[in-house]
Design a protein around this ligand. Sequence first.
Ligand code: KIV
Ligand code: ZN
Length: 459
Amino acid sequence: MLRSALSRVLSRSCIYQQQHCQRRCLVFSNDTLASLPPEFRRLYNKKGTELEQLLVLDTTLRDGEQSPGATLNVGEKLKIAEQLALMGVDICEAGFPISSPGDFEAVQVIADTVGNEIENRPQGTPMRIAGLARAKRKDIERCYDAVKGASSYRIHTFLATSDIHLKHKLFITRDQCIQQSYDAVKFANELIDGSGDVEFSAEDASRTDPQFLVDVFTAVIEAGASTINVPDTVGYTFPREIAVLFHYLKKKVSGIDNVILSAHCHDDLGLATANTLACIRNGARQVEVTCNGIGERAGNTCIEEVIMALNVRPDVVPVYTNIDTRRINVTSKMVSSLTGMVVQPNKAIVGSNAFVHEAGIHQDGVLKHRQNYEIIDPAMVGVTTDSLHLGKHSGKRAYENRLLELGYDNLDEEQVDLLVTKYKQIADKKKLVTDADLEAVIFDEIYHPIVCWELVGMH
Ligand code: KIV
Ligand code: ZN
């Protein structure tokens, strides 16, 4: 039954890989490499050998929004999606369309707008918009209706595969699981009719019998899935263990070389970033991440740690992405402000202390040579220090310039005017307007959660 679809699907998958995971063909010598501008240099490793691309799927608006208390409305989701597009995210999982009318609307609005914009995109193509769907026809149809307005879109369907979920949640056998997965992917593939793509996730993959996982993945690849996701749904695995699993899947699943293997790790044991990096080292060419690591329970792998690990240690994890790292800081702050999920001060990369040196010995060391205690230039993630004093005599241009330096380059004229008026009011009171003041006003006036109720009195 499955054979006839195989050759058609494989040739489509090959085209998909060429389009979305292109390998650079030029090879440079070390000298030539050193003379390249940094944005080209990062595409090659030290030997001048081409790097492979790692696709970044951001699920802040779906798995991230499943954080207790982090609910976002349509307008807030749209703002975040716009920022993710600017940052260079390849695929934005915008929501779970069947879960509520609000989620459907958000995915649809994002697909129709951001999903067609190429302005300021590092890739020069619009961000792909994905929606989540259980392995059920009605979910998949709803998802398709929500995402189809985007110029490239994805149906991401999933079914649990571990015995514990089959026995105690889904009440189905392994055979039924394979059939349902196959049918779901085939149906999704028929719906998109060659215009989008289909991802399949084996929920709780890290607790699934690996041999059974091979059978499920082989079936869904035959049904037309072009991305195969291996979630560590409950944050249970260890780097060595998931590395072995990826290695095993690469060897045993037929058709695996023609699809993208994806990692999706949760942080219950604080190992999400380490596990994700282990997956990349063992063949994952898509990572599923959220901003600030928000998500179910202890959250998901965070985008900022994975991206900076790749940037700081390309010798260990030799892949490249399209992420513009200079937008990491602003994106983190926007997500924190809109979701109300505070970032802990000592959080790697985006915590307020991440680049602050307090101890005398460290301060002395940094003053002598920054790299004594800094492995990342803060400017690389958009953390800059005040270059010009701003006060009541500063003009609109000076404020505007500082906003641009801080990474706020997508504000319109009206928003800038409003901000400058507020800054001048602050300057009247305290002479100097700091970066913290500038950002506090932005988050009060522009990136603030929309007020949906108000306490007007108490008895
Ligand atoms: O954690 C998980 O298993 C998921 C899937 C739905 C991809 O979020
Ligand atoms: Zn998840």
